[in-house]
Design a protein around this ligand. Structure first.
Ligand code: C5P
Length: 314
């Protein structure tokens, strides 16, 4: 086959704890990542020239090397030069549904889809863990996006331990179109403000493990208890993003008062805010309630749900 269509789901962070500095300059993290049904569609096909071409109609999506999907194709060409010579370049068409620079891993999941798509196009037969290893070269969230589901992610975010799949939980997401938060900015700011409390890399692993507080939410996930999961959600990056972006704080406060809301949190480095809901009906009602309270067209609202997988061939 010379073309594939892939579904690339977004993620939310049910938990994000910053443990300290890493020798590579990144942060040591303890996260719980969850795939959601909101997804982009990636069409990928071989083209006879040796170029990589990205098509996307979304005004905020770059078509050059600054697009992680482009860099994923470039990485595959570099790692598998014989296959690249045999099959030629690729044309990648991104149908963007996931908000951009939102803390939902939109760019990372597109890159993961390109890795999976090129593996199929070029008959490479790579395993999930080989694809995840390639993903880690591109970005900390890319390995998770390959397989998705419900996962504990540690180290930079690329060390993955799967948790049992969650029963469906409905979710409302809110994101201002024009509001973008750079992940690098969020972490740099966090280091400036809270770096004095970081564990340093010289401290032993036991101290590092003891510093993680995700035990209760993990237990709640194992028991399939959405009420406790929602109560135990946490995101350290809220400490820097919420004070800098009052609109995000306002959304979070509005969500907290909604009927049927089990809990609310910012995802990743933001600025997307999400609410875990008791039912789909209450999720639809909350969406309408927030729309009525903030009739600003810049505000995008989605009703979605947890899913149990990452990249899938359509
Ligand atoms: O890995 P990724 O490219 O997604 O990371 C974007 C930025 O977020 C990094 O350049 C870094 O500043 C910050 N980051 C971090 N620690 C992590 C993950 C990301 O400091 N574990």
């Amino acid at each position: 086959m010379h073309s594939y269509t892939l579904i690339a789901p977004a993620k939310i962070n049910l938990y994000l704890e910053i443990i300290g500095d890493r020798p590579d300059g990144y942060h040591e993290l303890a996260m719980i990542l969850q795939s959601i049904a909101l997804a982009d569609q990636i069409d990928i096909c071989s083209i006879s020239t040796d170029i990589i071409r990205i098509n996307c109609k979304h005004p905020q999506v770059p078509l050059d090397k600054s697009n992680l999907a482009y860099r994923a194709a470039e990485l595959m060409a570099k790692k598998f030069p014989d296959a690249f010579a045999q099959y030629g370049g690729v044309e990648i068409t991104v149908k963007k549904n996931i908000p951009v620079a939102a803390g939902l891993a939109g760019g990372s999941t597109n890159a993961a889809a390109v890795l999976v798509g090129i593996d199929l196009l070029w008959n490479l037969g790579l395993t999930k863990s080989e694809l995840e290893e390639l993903g880690a070269i591109l970005g900390s969230d890319v390995p998770f996006c390959v397989s998705g589901g419900t996962v504990i992610a540690t180290a930079r975010g690329e060390q993955l331990s799967p948790l049992p799949s969650l029963d469906t939980i409905y979710i409302v997401l809110a994101k201002y179109r024009s509001l973008e938060v750079s992940t690098a900015w969020a972490y740099t700011n966090y280091r400036q403000q809270f770096g004095s409390s970081y564990l340093r890399d010289t401290e032993n692993l036991a101290a590092r493990a003891a510093a993680v507080h995700s035990g209760e939410i993990v237990q709640a996930i194992l028991k399939q208890n959405p009420v406790t999961i929602a109560q135990k959600m946490h995101n350290d990056l809220e400490r820097v993003v919420l004070p800098a972006y009052p609109q995000v704080l306002q959304l979070r406060e509005l969500f907290a008062t909604g009927e049927g809301v089990l809990g609310t949190m910012m995802s990743g480095s933001g600025p997307t805010v999400f609410a875990l809901m008791e039912s789909e009906q209450q999720a639809q009602a909350l969406k309408q309630q927030v729309r009525a309270a903030i009739p600003d067209e810049d505000l995008e609202l989605f009703v979605t749900r947890t899913i149990t997988h990452g990249i899938q061939v359509a």
